[in-house]
Structure formats: structure tokens, C-alpha cells
Design a binder for this molecule. Structure first.
Ligand code: ZN
Length: 285
């Protein structure tokens, strides 16, 4: 009897191990072939060229500067919001950030906390053009971008440090590299992509893009430049993650147009800051 029970335990463990590694229980992303989201109720909305320059997927770099309408409208001073700033420090009292992004960052900090990682601090957030220009003048082009060419000027990016040391080696840095994508953030300037980003490795600079984009980018090893190209080339991408089916569709926008969006499902529209918009529809099981 004892022997059989032992065997049973081994079998159950083996099944569990196989299920985990086949992605049944893990956070593994599944790409869907039959990608037509079945939308019974749709409505039409008007899209104008302005939409190219708003949202969480804007590609901002030396080739694609930001437009005035790209700046997040909910930028707040973090020191004035102790209800949001919990579990991490601020380098100084002047740090600004989009409130939505700050709330999403709180999820990151909370999740890290449960893994025993709790020495984060925010060193920089939203910077207006004036501040960016001063930084560029002071630090030079290998460290900073000129005003209007930095993600910090929109409010979606933040520089995260560790009170325990450099992010390259601190456990906060390691944790972010492995887990930030689960909360919609990407490491914008990874070590192996400097030839594409034209920016040195910055283990501290994270950028919010939202789900499922951060998951796909992590899964495929894309930086934002590559991801924007990928969506344009694919046209439509469908994935399933954490019980939600996401349909991502790229639309070029050259003139005002009408677009069909679901009435009964969440959707988000973001420009790519280049030539079109990306619509992301989320259908829960
Ligand atoms: Zn930065």
C-alpha cells in the first residue's frame, strides 16, 4: 500500500511538472491562429490623425519625436500622493509621473515585495521639455536625449533604482528584468539591443506599454522599435494570456476614418507615433 501511494505521489508530481512546463498553469502566452474576435455588438468611432500621437504604445526615439498632444494629461507630483507612493522611495521631492503609470508601478512594487524585493526607489519620472534640455546640456548625448525625443517627456517612463546598489547587480534590477512585463512594463533599453535603440544599456529605465504588449515583447525579445514593425507587418495578432483573449490590430491612418470597436468588451486605442493606430480588444473567458 505504501509503495503504491509513493508511486501515486510521483505520478501526480510528474503530471504537475508537465502541466506547468506545457504552459497550462504558467504565465505562458499562447498565439491564436483563428484570430477573428467574435464581436456581436460593435459601434463606429471616428479616428483622426491626432490618434497617431496618443496612447501607451507611442514609439519615441531620435527618429520619432513627441508631439504636444502625446504628453499624458494626468501627470502628478508623487510626493503629494503618499497614498500611491508606498513601499518605495523617491530620489527627491520633484518627481512627476502620470498617475495611471504610478498606480501600475505600485503593482510592480507590491509583487516584488512578496518575493522579498523591497528596496526600490524612483529616480526620475516625467520631465518637461525645459528640464530635458537642461539635462541634455549637462550630461551630453550619450546619456540623455534632446528635449522632445525622450520618453520621459510624455510621462510613461521612469528610472527605477535600488537603495542597495547599481541596478545592473542589485536584486531589484534582476527582479525587474524578469518580472516587470507581467505588469505592463518593459525594459526599454536592454543590453543586447543597443544597435536598435541607439541608447546604452539602461537597467533602470522602464516604460509602460500595457498588457498584452509587454508580454509579447518579452516573449519574442522585441524592443519597442521591433514590436511596432512587427504589428505593422502582421496586421493582426491574437494571443491568450491569463484567461483573456487579446486581439491586436494595426491600422494605418492617413486621413480621418471610421473604426469598428466592441460595445461589450474592453478596448484600447493607441497611436504608434509613426503612421497609424493599434487597437487592442480584451475578451474575458
Ligand atoms: Zn530614463
Amino acid at each position: 500500500m505504501k509503495k503504491r501511494r509513493g508511486l501515486l505521489v510521483i505520478i501526480v508530481m510528474l503530471i504537475g511538472f508537465m502541466a506547468y512546463h506545457s504552459g497550462v498553469f504558467s504565465e505562458k502566452i499562447a498565439y491564436m491562429k483563428d484570430d477573428h474576435a467574435k464581436l456581436e455588438n460593435v459601434k463606429s468611432i471616428d479616428i483622426t490623425k491626432d490618434a497617431i500621437y496618443q496612447g501607451d504604445l507611442l514609439l519615441v526615439n531620435r527618429d520619432y519625436p513627441i508631439q504636444p498632444e502625446s504628453v499624458k494629461k494626468d501627470v502628478i507630483s508623487l510626493i503629494e500622493h503618499p497614498e500611491i507612493v508606498q513601499g518605495y522611495g523617491l530620489l527627491d521631492t520633484n518627481i512627476l509621473l502620470s498617475q495611471e503609470i504610478a498606480e501600475n508601478f505600485s503593482d510592480v512594487v507590491q509583487a516584488a515585495e512578496t518575493d522579498g524585493i523591497h528596496h526600490f526607489m524612483i529616480n526620475s519620472g516625467y520631465r518637461d521639455f525645459e528640464e530635458q534640455q537642461a539635462l541634455y546640456a549637462r550630461k551630453g548625448s550619450s546619456y540623455a536625449l534632446p528635449a522632445g525625443y525622450s520618453e520621459h517627456n510624455i510621462g510613461v517612463s521612469l528610472d527605477v533604482g535600488s537603495t542597495q546598489g547599481k541596478m545592473e547587480t542589485a536584486s531589484e534590477g534582476k527582479w525587474l528584468r524578469e518580472n516587470a512585463w507581467k505588469y505592463g512594463f518593459i525594459l526599454r533599453y536592454p543590453e543586447d539591443k543597443t544597435a536598435i535603440t541607439n541608447i546604452q544599456y539602461e537597467p533602470w529605465h522602464i516604460r509602460y506599454v500595457g498588457m498584452p504588449h509587454s508580454a509579447i515583447m518579452h516573449d519574442q525579445g522585441f524592443v519597442l522599435e521591433e514590436y511596432i514593425d512587427y504589428l505593422r507587418a502582421e496586421g493582426r495578432v491574437s494571443v491568450r494570456l491569463y484567461g483573456i483573449q487579446y486581439t491586436i490590430q494595426y491600422y494605418p491612418v492617413t486621413e480621418p476614418m471610421e473604426m469598428k470597436v466592441p460595445v461589450n468588451h474592453d478596448y484600447q486605442i493607441s497611436g504608434n507615433n509613426v503612421d497609424g493606430v493599434i487597437v487592442t480588444i480584451a475578451q474575458k473567458d
